[in-house]
Design a protein around this ligand. Structure first.
Ligand SMILES: Nc1ncnc2c1ncn2[C@@H]1O[C@H](COP(=O)(O)OP(=O)(O)OP(=O)(O)O)[C@@H](O)[C@H]1O
Ligand SMILES: [Mg+2]
Length: 467
């Protein structure tokens, strides 16, 4: 069942329940108010009757009292009125026949009588009667006024009042229900529409079409969801491209040293056949270089796996950062000289010892300085050490191709290399894209941080270590 159908069913059930409860409460309250009005009216009749009886008892010939007496009987629900004196002697009585009884629509019959007077129900020739009587004193004698109401007609009267008021109520309730249903359809479309679009987009992207995006039509939560979904799709596409680049680069990184070793071995074989032993050491040296490259690559992969399983530990001891940087700079002197780059190392004053894992710190510095040389074609690479309060900072500035500002954070991600499609990033320069990922992890493990900035015509990397 779709989310929209579920929403519609849920809201409709809710609407029906609310309507039913509202109708019940309305009928109940309306009946209570009609019933209380009817009681008041009946009591009023009884009180007036009592006054009339007193008057007739005092002055039997007074015609106005008789007039009232007869007037009561014009109300259809009053069947009989009477006045009786001491000993139950009836001195005035009028009786009318009850009109035809109409079946009731609502079967509420809970009628609680007023507190004044005596109210009792009985049956007179099959007609249900509510007999009300009230005793009062007149000229020293006790006289009782009694009125017989037809209960059926009282209920009938109440029933038709309820029918009148409920007709308009039910029309309004039906209108509200219809509007509620229309609103439900609109709301579910507004809510479920974007969800369906995102579900469809997820299906399309899942089928491999990574360029598909969800249209962002609003700025509300749904709009934000669509926006975040699109961002996620962008990242997915980036990762997909990275994976492709990585596979091609990893194949290159694995294949080129292996091919190099094969070539060298072939040359050695041919040299040996020609008994030209003098040139063999040069090829052995090349084989050594190739295998070292292969080893470095495998080491990086192993290190990432250690980082991810949390098994990479440091061996902390006192280290001198100046010595480490000096070693790393010297390691790249030949490479820099081959590229015609000036590689300088500038120390700002005395550098005190700090604590850290010297091998891991060297690894970080070698990667950052190596990157600077690798991505610089002309100009210089300058390495500085500065001592700040609480920190020792190594800054590596180059005049190379630089890093676009939006890539400054990405380059610390695993396997991330700035798009190989860019002309300035020839594949020969590429490594595995693991160097900075490992460097960041190691520096943070030391309690420090590493950051990259895009300088004018080059990049600046700063490594901070707690001193
Ligand atoms: N100094 C720099 N100038 C320009 N781009 C740089 C610089 N340093 C790093 N980068 C960019 O950041 C990416 C990630 O660097 P990182 O050191 O992680 O990987 P790598 O050098 O490509 O490979 P690895 O270090 O694993 O051999 C590089 O591929 C490069 O695109
Ligand atoms: Mg690197």
């Amino acid at each position: 069942m779709s989310i929209r159908t579920k929403l519609i069913l849920f809201i409709l059930t809710l609407l029906t329940a609310i309507s039913a409860v509202t109708a019940f409460l309305f009928l109940h309250n309306e009946w209570a108010s009609i019933s209380s009005n009817s009681q008041k009216k009946n009591l009023q009749v009884l009180l007036s009757m009592s006054e009339v009886c007193k008057e007739i008892h005092g002055a039997p010939g007074k015609s106005s009292a008789y007039k009232y007496f007869k007037a009561f009987l014009k109300s259809p629900e009053i069947i009989k009125v009477s006045c009786s004196g001491p000993g139950g002697r009836v001195f005035m009585e009028e009786r009318y026949h009850s009109p035809a009884q109409i079946p009731l629509r609502y079967y509420f019959k809970n009628f609680s009588p007023p507190l004044t007077g005596v109210w009792e129900t009985s049956s007179d020739n099959g007609v249900e009667i509510l007999r009300a009587s009230l005793t009062a004193r007149s000229r020293g004698a006790e006289i009782t006024a009694s009125v017989d109401f037809s209960t059926q007609l009282i209920y009938q009267e109440m029933d038709s009042s309820l029918r009148r008021s409920s007709a308009s109520f039910f029309i309004i309730l039906s209108l509200a229900f219809a509007i509620g249903c229309a609103g439900t359809l609109i709301i579910t479309r507004v809510i479920a529409g974007p969800i369906q679009a995102i579900a469809e987009a997820a299906r399309i992207i899942g089928s491999g079409q990574l360029n598909h995006r969800v249209p962002v039509k609003s700025e509300d939560e749904m709009g934000r969801l669509a926006l975040e979904f699109n961002r996620m799709a962008d990242r997915l596409k980036e990762f997909d491209e990275m994976k492709r680049d990585f596979v091609s680069s990893i194949t290159h990184d694995l294949r080129s040293p292996v091919t190099g070793i094969e070539l060298c071995a072939d040359i050695i074989r041919k040299l040996a056949e020609k008994r030209d032993y003098d040139r063999i050491p040069e090829q052995v040296f090349s084989i050594n270089e190739h295998s070292q490259r292969l080893n470095r690559f495998i080491d990086s992969m192993l290190e990432v796996s250690k980082i991810e399983s949390g098994k990479l530990n440091l061996t902390i001891k006192p280290v001198n950062l100046e010595d480490l940087v000096d070693r790393a700079v010297r390691a790249f002197r030949t490479y820099a000289a081959q590229k015609g780059l000036k590689l300088e190392f500038i120390v700002d004053g005395e550098v005190p010892d700090t604590r850290g894992d010297p091998d891991r710190l060297y690894q970080v510095l070698a990667n950052v300085i190596g990157n600077a040389v690798k991505f610089t074609d002309s100009g210089s690479v300058s390495v500085f050490i500065e001592t700040l309060p609480g920190w020792q900072k190594v800054r590596v500035c180059d005049t190379g191709i630089g890093i676009p500002p939006h890539e400054l954070n990405n380059i610390f991600s695993k396997f991330y290399r700035i798009s190989s499609g860019r002309r300035e990033y020839p594949s020969a320069r590429q490594g595995t894209g693991l160097g900075l990922f490992i460097a960041k992890y190691l520096i943070e493990l030391h309690g420090g941080r590493i950051q990259a900035e895009s300088g004018t015509g080059g990049s600046v990397f700063s490594v901070f270590l707690p001193s």
